[in-house]
Design a protein around this ligand. Sequence first.
Ligand SMILES: [Zn+2]
Ligand SMILES: [Zn+2]
Length: 143
Amino acid sequence: MNGAEHIESMLRRRGLRVTPQRLAIMQFLHGNTDHPTADDIYQAAKQKHPSISLNTVYKTLEAFEEADLVWRFAVGQKQKFHYDPNTTPHPHVTCIRCGNVDDVTGKAGDLKDAARSLAKDDGYEVLRVEVNIIALCPDCRSG
Ligand SMILES: [Zn+2]
Ligand SMILES: [Zn+2]
């Protein structure tokens, strides 16, 4: 199965109609750990589909979000939305100066445990886990 076919079946499994625009957007997002904003995604999609509109990008992202293919979260002082194709609970670290968003690796297991024990011991139904650590990234610290 090539990349495009894999993405296509991923969309179909979630009950989404496959369009060239949706394919292009999901191809860009799949495995992407940069936490792009809608504008980043729009710029990338435009390379393949010059006529795509920002509105189409927003609608597509909304459909992906409803199908649990991406997570959307707002961080930073401007509270811009970022999109993450990794929907497994994991914390983020955001640089307060440049706005760069990174995954916090290594500690991700802790969050899964927290979600699990809330559900098991305290009767909550955990829908999603959002943890964002505000920091100064190494680049901004040295700059
Ligand atoms: Zn920074
Ligand atoms: Zn992430």
